[in-house]
Design a protein around this ligand. Structure first.
Ligand SMILES: O=C(O)CCC(=O)C(=O)O
Ligand SMILES: [Fe+2]
Length: 295
């Protein structure tokens, strides 16, 4: 796929974008049919079998691909919905997880009762714009006390305050919604006896730093998809095929040749890194490399 120019044109044509910008949350209802969800669950059941009632467990992207769920998820409606949000979506998460009975939220339970934002500081980007998106698909019915995801519409910035109105997303299996990861949100404790099974995907612009897309599971899957007989440029792109040069690869076309005049700077200094900062830098990259390539 060639370089694409980043533009908001397709965003403006899609009616739900205005709502997504103001509230940060859109419910698409039964995006996937009951039959589809049942088929996916039949494939997933054996992989989730066993484990205690409290346990949290995952089926990861490679497995979901080999089961056919990955390809089926990206149906034409899903592709056009994602492309309406941004022209250059790249994944950072695609997995199914189950959360069992618990008195505490399964993430960030130590902070403000589980309330958190996934992304805070976006130099140069507006939090309200849909730059960091997650899609959730309930694979089990989720009731109010069944570990429902909760968020505060419009809470892109500013502190958490008591009495703010929030939405707990309940709904039958197949319920699909998208939300801006800059919103304040939490996972409620699952007080029911049923495990909550959720399909989660997250995506963001190709040009943004993305450590996930350069991790082994994603890179391995990109190779598999590239080797497939059915060439699929969309799947290759969302798996980072254009993200190859650095974590900050940019696919924006140059506007035009710059013709204005400028004065080159003359070197008048040099970089000096003290031993302390050098060692700190080395340790930082060693830790990062271990995280990326380690066991
Ligand atoms: O599992 C949930 O309901 C929410 C988890 C969460 O905080 C997230 O996916 O960012
Ligand atoms: Fe989160």
């Amino acid at each position: 796929m060639g370089a694409k120019k980043i533009s908001n044109d397709n965003c403006e044509q899609a009616g739900f974008i205005t709502k997504l910008k103001s509230e940060g949350l859109i419910n698409f209802g039964q995006f996937f049919s009951k039959e589809t969800v049942k088929r996916w669950n039949d494939l997933l059941d054996p992989l989730f079998a066993g484990g205690s009632d409290e346990e949290k467990s995952y089926v990861k992207i490679d497995k979901l691909h080999s089961l056919g769920i990955f390809n089926e998820f990206f149906n034409p409606a899903m592709r056009s919905m994602m492309n309406s949000i941004m022209p250059d979506p790249v994944l950072l998460c695609f997995h199914v997880y189950e959360t069992g009975h618990s008195e505490k939220p399964h993430v960030f339970s130590e902070s403000f009762d589980g309330w958190h934002r996934d992304v805070n500081d976006l130099p140069g980007l507006s939090c309200q714009d849909p730059n960091f998106i997650s899609i959730f698909v309930h694979l089990t019915d989720v009731e109010y006390e069944g570990g429902a995801f909760e968020t505060i519409p419009g809470s892109f910035e500013g502190p958490l305050a008591s009495e703010q109105e929030s939405v707990r997303v309940t709904g039958e299996a197949g319920t699909t919604y998208i939300w801006n990861r800059c919103l304040l949100h939490k996972a409620n404790p699952n007080k029911s006896q049923r495990k909550r099974r959720m399909l989660k995907i997250s995506f963001q612009h190709n040009y943004l730093q993305n450590e996930h897309i350069i991790s082994k599971p994603f890179e391995d899957l990109l190779s598999v998809v590239k080797a497939s007989d059915n060439k699929d440029a969309f799947l290759e792109f969302i798996l980072g095929s254009e993200h190859r040069f650095s974590p900050r690869a940019c696919t924006i076309d140059p506007y035009q040749d710059f013709t204005g005049s400028y004065t080159p700077f003359k070197a008048n200094s040099s970089v000096k890194i003290g031993l302390f900062n050098f060692v700190k830098g080395v340790l930082f990259y060693m830790r990062k490399a271990r995280k990326m390539f380690g066991p």
